[in-house]
Design a binder for this molecule. Structure first.
Ligand code: C2E
Ligand code: MG
Ligand code: MG
Ligand code: MG
Length: 285
């Protein structure tokens, strides 16, 4: 019986594995057509300066709306897009769309905000500087209204090349932020080699902020050390007023998270700017 069971388990495992492979294969096929079929959309999530209560910007977050699969989460398709290299044309679309949308909002008379775009490592190997420059020229957006969010793993890949690309982008006037900081293996002293503007504290360290845990001690250390490197510090994934108060006490500069708003479609974000955004200062005082 045990043998029989073992066999079944094995077959079950195999079936499971091939189902996953089939799904992956299907997803990849769909993903290849997604750009041409206009299935991508950018959502926007606000960022606020918690010392002044001013809105300062929004992060552009990619959404894939497939007619049959529905909304596919970035966690499911970004890794696949990175593996297949599809992230290069998709990422280019993201940069262009974010710049165009931001310029459009500025032209419509909204308070000028900076827009942040997430980058993948692969994009650094495919004329990133030219593509950013082109997106700025084509949209007419001034460079200081564009910020690029990169992760620690990107910095650690090919230090010399990355520094020279980031230098070119800085020269252009674009801002650079290090995303999800604290989750990788990058030391703070390593950071000083890169031309950065902002350090973004990863969500896990923000989540338990109010509990006096090790994570909250890490958050405190990240804020202090970020400031000692002359960086602007933002906390992501802020959900509660408890977390907000502690971040204010610890002199964190900015926040992003559900406490302000979830990521919204461009239509809903514009509406949010017209209504909820004005309540910001109320939140921080
Ligand atoms: P990220 O850049 O760290 O973005 C923040 C993620 O946290 C977003 O997930 C956002 O919806 C979520 N979030 C924001 N506030 C809260 C909060 O208060 N609580 C909780 N629980 N979550 C919050 P999302 O939109 O699913 O994106 C996941 C990741 O996918 C991003 O993490 C980023 O690494 C990647 N990504 C998204 N768009 C792009 C893109 O255009 N290009 C690339 N290369 N990666 C992207
Ligand atoms: Mg990000
Ligand atoms: Mg992040
Ligand atoms: Mg991330």
């Amino acid at each position: 019986l045990a043998k029989e069971l073992g066999k079944n388990t094995f077959q079950f495992y195999r079936a499971d594995k091939s189902a996953a492979a089939t799904r992956q294969f299907m997803l990849e096929g769909y993903l290849r057509k997604a750009l041409a079929k206009n299935e991508f959309e950018l959502y926007y999530q606000p960022k606020m300066n918690i010392k002044t209560g001013e809105l300062i910007g929004m992060e552009a977050l990619l959404r894939w709306n497939h007619p049959e699969l529905g909304m596919v989460s970035p966690a499911d398709f970004i890794p696949l897009a990175e593996e297949t290299g599809l992230i290069v044309p998709i990422g280019e679309w993201v940069i262009q769309t974010a710049c165009l949308q931001n310029k459009k909002w500025q032209d419509e008379g909204f308070l000028p905000l900076k827009v942040s775009v997430n980058l993948s490592a692969r994009q650094f190997q495919h004329n990133l500087v030219d593509k950013v420059s082109l997106a700025l020229t084509f949209s007419g957006l001034a460079p200081h209204w564009l910020e690029l969010e990169i992760t620690e793993s990107i910095l650690m890949q090919n230090e010399e090349t990355i520094i020279s690309i980031l230098d070119d982008l800085k020269q252009m006037g674009v801002l650079i932020s290090i995303d999800d900081f604290g989750t990788g293996y990058c030391s703070l002293s390593y950071l000083k080699h890169f031309p950065l503007d902002t350090l973004k504290i990863a969500q896990p360290f923000v989540r338990d902020l109010s509990k006096g845990t090790v994570d909250s001690a890490i958050a405190t250390a990240l804020i202090t050390l970020g400031h000692s490197l002359g960086l602007n510090v933002i906390a992501e994934g802020v959900e509660t007023t408890g977390q907000l108060r502690i971040l204010q006490d610890q002199q964190c500069d900015e926040i992003q998270g559900y406490i302000l708003s979830k990521p919204l479609s461009s239509h809903d974000f514009a509406r949010w700017l017209n209504t909820e955004a004005s309540k910001g200062p109320e939140l921080v005082t």
